[in-house]
Design a protein around this ligand. Structure first.
Ligand SMILES: [Fe+2]
Ligand SMILES: [Fe+2]
Length: 221
C-alpha cells in the first residue's frame, strides 16, 4: 500500500513502501522467460569460475582437491545441461528455426550444447575421486575445463545479446506468454523459493570449498 510521507520541494511525493526481505525467488510470475534464462547464465558463470580456479590450482602444482570441480561440473550437468539447455532447445531455438533468419547461429548453439554435455561428462568422470595424480590426466582435465569455459562464456553472451532479443521480434506475444507459463511451472521447483535458495546454498558451498566465495577477492590490488 502506498503512503504519503508529506511534501518534498513543495510537491506531494508518493513513495512506495519498500518490500520486506524474503521475496527472493518469488518474483517468478512477473519476470520474463529470457530473464530467467539470463539469471541461469549467471549461475553457470559462477560455476565456471570454480572450474577456472581448479585449473589455476592444477597449474600451480601440488596436490589439488578436485572435489569442488567435480561438484561444480555435476551442478553444470544437472542445472545447465539437463535443465537450462533443454529449455532453450524446447522453447527458444525452434522459434528461431521457424523464422529461418538465424539458422547458422542456431546450428552453432546446438553443436555447443552437445559439445558442452560431452565435456562436462568427461570432467565429472575425471574428478570423481577428488584427486588426479597422473600428469597426463591432469593436463586433460585442465584442457576440458578451459574448453568448456572458453566455449560457454561467449555462447551465453551471444544468447543474451542476439538470440533472446530476437525472440521478441520473431515470436508473438501469445507465444511468449505461453512459454512464460510453461517455464514458470517447470521452474517453480528449481528456480523459485525454496528451490532457488537450495541451489544458491549448494553453489555457495562449492565456492567456499573452491576458494571463490568472496566477491572482493576478484578486485585487483
Ligand atoms: Fe544455450
Ligand atoms: Fe543459455
Amino acid at each position: 500500500m502506498p503512503y504519503w510521507p508529506g511534501t518534498f520541494l513543495g510537491n506531494l511525493v508518493q513513495v512506495t513502501r519498500p518490500q520486506p526481505p524474503g521475496k527472493f525467488g518469488e518474483e517468478l510470475p512477473s519476470i520474463s522467460p529470457t530473464e530467467i534464462l539470463s539469471r541461469e547464465h549467471a549461475i553457470m558463470e559462477r560455476l565456471m569460475i570454480v572450474l577456472e580456479s581448479g585449473v589455476a590450482s592444477i597449474v600451480d602444482g601440488g596436490d589439488t582437491d578436485l572435489l569442488p570441480v567435480n561438484h561444480a561440473a555435476i551442478t553444470i550437468k544437472e542445472f545447465g545441461a539437463d535443465h537450462h539447455m533443454v529449455d532453450e532447445e524446447q522453447f527458444i531455438f525452434p522459434k528461431l528455426r521457424e523464422a529461418g533468419t538465424m539458422d547458422r547461429l542456431v546450428d552453432t548453439l546446438e553443436i555447443q550444447h552437445d559439445k558442452g554435455r560431452e565435456i562436462i561428462g568427461r570432467i565429472i568422470d575425471l574428478t570423481r575421486s577428488g584427486h588426479v595424480d597422473d600428469p597426463g590426466r591432469l593436463n586433460e582435465l585442465a584442457g576440458h575445463c578451459m574448453s568448456f569455459v572458453i566455449m560457454y562464456r561467449p555462447h551465453a553472451a551471444w544468447e543474451e545479446t542476439v538470440v533472446f532479443p530476437a525472440l521478441y521480434d520473431i515470436a508473438s506475444e501469445n507465444y511468449i506468454d505461453n512459454i512464460n507459463l510453461r517455464m514458470h511451472d517447470e521452474e517453480r521447483s528449481l528456480m523459485s523459493d525454496p528451490g532457488l535458495r537450495k541451489l544458491m546454498d549448494n553453489l555457495r558451498k562449492i565456492e567456499r570449498a573452491a576458494g571463490t566465495a568472496d566477491l572482493g577477492s576478484f578486485t585487483p590490488r
